[in-house]
Design a protein around this ligand. Structure first.
Ligand SMILES: [Ca+2]
Ligand SMILES: [Ca+2]
Length: 147
């Protein structure tokens, strides 16, 4: 079984624990062989880590101008400010353009969504979910999505 993070396990029953920092979407590939030589492979995408909603930076279940301001405070303000602390708990929420980094392009993306009809943010946006793209940001706590 290919566990999607570079780990391979074999056996009739496989249990595996992802690294504590692992989050995002992983594709698990299960290959089954029998004594007659038949081989079957199945793939399944699974979300590891807490769910979040992209753009809800201040964790209040809404996406509005306050979320763009939170990201700006995180980038340019006091690291101990509540807005910056909120970003630190779930950096994936602030990565509004899903490029794997948090920079000024992210609050600009939120403002474009809110005021310039530039479309939705990348998923998970319509509902809580895992990050479909691998990056180094992660999320440890996003109460709006149940954790
Ligand atoms: Ca919000
Ligand atoms: Ca970004």
């Amino acid at each position: 079984m290919d566990l999607g993070d570079g780990s391979i396990r074999e056996g009739r029953q496989v249990e595996y624990e992802y690294a504590p920092a692992a989050s995002g979407m992983f594709t698990i590939c299960l290959t089954v062989k029998n004594d007659a030589g038949y081989v079957h492979t199945a793939r399944e995408a699974v979300c590891i880590g807490p769910a979040f909603r992209r753009g809800d930076v201040n964790d209040d279940r809404r996406i509005d101008i306050a979320d763009a301001i939170c990201t700006i405070v995180y980038l340019f303000g006091d690291a101990a400010a509540p807005a910056a602390v909120s970003v630190a708990r779930c950096p994936d929420t602030a990565d509004a353009n899903d490029d794997g980094t948090i920079d000024i392009g992210d609050p600009v993306k939120v403002l474009g969504h809110l005021f310039a009809q530039r479309g939705p943010l990348p998923e998970p946006f319509a509902a809580c979910g895992g990050d479909p793209t691998a990056d180094g940001l992660g999320c440890t706590d996003h109460a709006a999505c149940g954790k």
